[in-house]
Write a protein of this length. Structure first.
Lengths: 335, 335
DNA sequence: GATCTTCGGGAGAGCGCTCTCTTGACATGC
DNA sequence: GCATGTCAAGAGAGCGCTCTCCCGAAGATC
């Protein structure tokens, strides 16, 4: 593919009757250029349709003006319809747009994919890396941080590395939900927890445990992986083991949707016999039968804040190590 | 940010005792290098942890090894939970991974965003551009094609420009769905169509019209925009205007989900009084009340095929102008 | 009026890589 | 034995940009 006379700085300079350096100054917004010259340059740029060659710029500035967003390809959260993935991306995208930087999206599912991500990011082909929804302890974020490459995670890194992260207040949100169940007179409150190798799974379970314990109630725990199928299975499991339960806090809306169906099939009325509360406030939540009471988390805002933190790091500023966003209990009919 | 002694080709060459050119040959997989020398270079690369500087490479090769995926930020399809967005991305990502190229994701919602996308893509900062789910006639794809930049669209471009595209067989899928309703004895079949400025909306409506007309039945059309809210409104509208309807083909599962609820609220039983068929086969479809019969489309495969076509174009090959993937009727309980 | 600042603008050196061209070593042909 | 062909490896010229000097003109200072 030939560039076919794509104009260069040189061409603009000739046209405007100035030097390359001056054009560069104008293009990059330097103030030390006389008004008339600046205008002449702008005119030449417009006439020629000049667009800077980013590769050339990167080569000398050592910046790429792009950041990577790494998501685990196999995560159910990412490819189910819980809107986590689009929400994060939208948030990230908005902030990057404001900063005029590009978003390079990388899915790290397979070992090969992970290796590829490692190679690409450690190779400094991006100015910073955002990790979303990490599974277990991934060594890559810490490695990058060690190499001096800006990194921000979604959710506290499980290996305890002191990397900056952004997350929602899982524990607080869940506590409010469970307390709502208790206030409604429920006493045999179960939970369907998320996977124990993900922060969201761990923290939401912790929130349930704390609140239930504080009220002097017994725990009833089943575990899923945030998907509907796992939610249905966990609900059946709970009904088997604790047929007397009168409420369930479910760690994701998707699992809650399946739990509602399982309860219906088992002849339990919601909320009369069993109250159900989910987590996420996905769009579907308002359309379940009955509409789902749930804990709303500001997914898009997570993406935005992660990006802002990352851009600050990339600019050499320091950031607070943790940013925790609040959640809100959305009351519908299921509890 | 200093590169802090990040090794260059030069360093590897010195270490291996060869010239820069030879290292380049080895790194890029040339065969005309003696075995022992190749090994020495590989050893030096490993010892130094050398990673090629992509900016430098791009500067001379005029390739960027990355492609852009442009999505309309405001599209409901993108940011609702119909999995269109993640599905496409996953497909694109898989193919790009195989080709060792990067995915630059751009959301073109606002006019400013569109301008930004235009600037970036026409500036040849990517080797090709994928357009997903275009609204109305967007001049950008044709412009890019004219500039010689490879472009592939999802769905036939509405302005009739002969750009290569990949899509599913909307008409065929819908025909099968409507025929299924007819075969089931339904005669007063309505439809909730998608937006008339999107290919998916137009084609699905066309499929309905053709099939209904071929059977000598009357049309009953309401229009939505693929979202749940619009689906509920359209369903109410249909019930008002055609209280006698005995079936509805709904152009998206999300709208169908809302339609199911509206029908329930109106006291109509599904499928006894009214049969309902959706389109998409999103995950939610299996969890509606009753489970939704729907037309499945291979979203991920669309992403893969778009990418393959684009990579072919970028490699200078020619591709067939249209690739149409087939759909499948998934029978559940709603029809 | 001579010297010193200040500041706008130009010259030119790379950034790290690829790729063409060239060289040198060796095999082959007459 | 010399010319010719073959092929591996090196030399070196940029790709388009930024940025550090450096220069010269204009204003300030005494």
């Amino acid at each position: 593919m030939r560039t076919a006379g794509r104009p260069t700085l040189e061409a603009v300079a000739r046209r405007a009757g100035v030097s390359r350096a001056t054009v560069s100054r104008v293009v990059n917004g330097s103030t030390t250029v006389a008004e008339e010259i600046r205008e002449a340059v702008h005119r030449a740029v417009a006439e020629l349709g000049y667009v800077p060659n980013l590769a050339a710029r990167s080569l000398v500035t050592q910046r790429t003006d792009s950041i990577a967003l790494v998501m685990p390809e196999d995560a159910n959260r990412v490819f189910s319809d819980d809107q986590f993935f689009p929400g994060i991306i939208r948030g990230v995208s908005q902030e990057l747009e404001a900063a005029d930087k590009q978003l390079v999206l990388m899915l790290a599912g397979s070992p090969a994919g992970r290796e590829r991500v490692a190679r690409y990011t450690t190779g400094r082909h991006v100015d910073g890396v955002l990790f979303a929804s990490l599974h277990a302890a991934d060594p890559l974020p810490a490695l990058l941080a060690q190499l001096g490459i800006p990194v921000v995670c979604n959710g506290r890194p499980l290996d305890g590395a002191g990397l900056p992260y952004v997350d929602v207040d899982h524990v607080g949100g869940v506590s409010r939900a469970v307390q709502h169940l208790i206030d409604g007179g429920r006493r045999r409150i179960a939970t369907i927890a998320g996977p124990s190798d993900m922060v969201a799974g761990i923290e939401r379970l912790a929130g349930y445990r704390q609140t239930v314990a504080a009220a002097g109630l017994a725990e009833r725990v089943a575990t899923g992986d945030f998907t509907r199928e796992s939610g249905a299975a966990a609900m059946r499991d709970l009904l088997d083991r604790h047929p007397d339960l009168d409420a369930v806090f479910v760690a994701s809306d998707l699992m809650a949707q399946a739990a509602l169906r399982t309860l219906r099939e088992a002849g339990r009325r919601v909320p009369d016999d069993v109250a159900v509360i989910g987590f996420d406030d996905t769009e579907t939540a308002a359309y379940t039968e009955p509409p789902l009471t749930t804990v709303r988390q500001p997914i898009q805002e997570i993406g935005r804040q992660m990006t802002r933190q990352l851009l600050r790091l990339a600019a050499g500023e320091t950031v607070e190590p943790a940013l925790v966003l609040s959640t809100e209990l959305i009351r519908r009919d299921s509890a």
